[in-house]
Design a binder for this molecule. Structure first.
Ligand code: NDP
Length: 257
């Protein structure tokens, strides 16, 4: 009985930013558990690489190109899937950006606005567009990628725009969870620590900060994308059927103290 509760056969799972990193691992976890996966990526090349990895492993998957900052495009994708009889029953709001390293007094307007556009507006546009179909169907599960930075003002680098955007994601999770529970739609979030993906490794400054950060991490290590994906699968599936509005730390104990 318990293993069956992690199965997602019959579900259509949309994963934004599913072409690489945590999104791709989440897509793999959901596909492995039986879901048909739809990757939504703004960059076709990135999306195609992820899609090919899923298809090569024998999974059911497709790629739709779209930028989560476009409310109209997200509505179009949600409606088109529903019109094909493949309305999403699972949505993983994974697409996100984060640079960091700039003190608040030096953050430019463009960095602030772009971070909010992708990390906050994008999550809202997708949740609203796909959520409408879940409400109509009377069931659905949304998992948002929050961050430990949405819970604490994380050290060792300044990153106010990112922290604020992820705090907004955490509160959006609770707000929608409370509203949509009577409609059979659950909304939860994971709040990871530093995970070894391009988002972190592409910035050489992060390597310099890592020693201080590891010192403050009870488990003494950063995480891997598959370790976040396991939590995403748990929250997306019926295994977490009594959970909604939860912000689940996947952070090696970082927020324990
Ligand atoms: P990556 O940068 O490796 O992957 C993010 C993916 O999202 C990329 O494929 C990217 O595509 C895509 N994306 C970005 N913006 C958009 C957009 N506007 N529309 C559609 N797709 C978009 O990041 P991670 O896998 O590390 O992060 C995934 C999520 O997890 C993010 O929300 C992040 O904030 C969160 N997270 C990550 C942590 C980490 O340490 N890595 C820690 C805590 C949370 P493109 O190539 O076009 O940019």
């Amino acid at each position: 009985m318990y293993q069956k509760r992690f199965r997602t056969e019959g579900d259509v799972a949309v994963v934004t930013g599913g072409g690489r990193g945590i999104g791709l691992c989440s897509a793999e976890a959901l596909a492995e558990s039986g879901a048909r996966v739809v990757i939504v990526e703004r960059d076709e090349t990135v999306g195609r690489a992820g899609l090919e990895a899923l298809l090569a492993a024998g999974h059911q998957a497709e790629l739709i190109v779209g930028d989560v900052t476009s409310s109209a495009r997200m509505t179009e994708i949600a409606d088109e899937l529903a019109a094909r009889g493949k309305a999403a029953s699972i949505l993983i709001n994974n697409a996100g950006i984060g640079r960091g390293g700039v003190p608040s007094q030096d953050v430019g307007d463009a960095e602030w606005l772009e971070t909010m556009d992708v990390n906050v507006n994008g999550v809202f546009w997708c949740s609203r567009a796909f959520g409408r179909h879940m409400i109509a169907a009377g069931r659905g599960s949304i998992v948002n990628l929050g961050s430990m930075s949405g819970t604490i003002a994380n050290r060792p680098q300044p990153q106010t725009p990112y922290n604020v955007s992820k705090a907004a994601v955490h509160h959006m999770t609770r707000s929608m969870a409370a509203e949509w529970a009577p409609h059979g739609v659950r909304v939860n979030a994971v709040a990871p620590t530093y995970i070894e993906t391009l988002m972190v490794t592409a910035n050489p400054e992060n390597a310099k900060r890592m020693e201080a950060w590891l010192h403050d991490t009870p488990m003494g290590r950063m995480g891997q994308a598959f370790e976040v994906a396991s939590a995403v699968l748990f929250l997306a599936s019926e295994a977490s059927s009594l959970m909604t509005g939860a912000i689940v730390p996947v952070d090696a104990g970082y927020t324990c103290w």
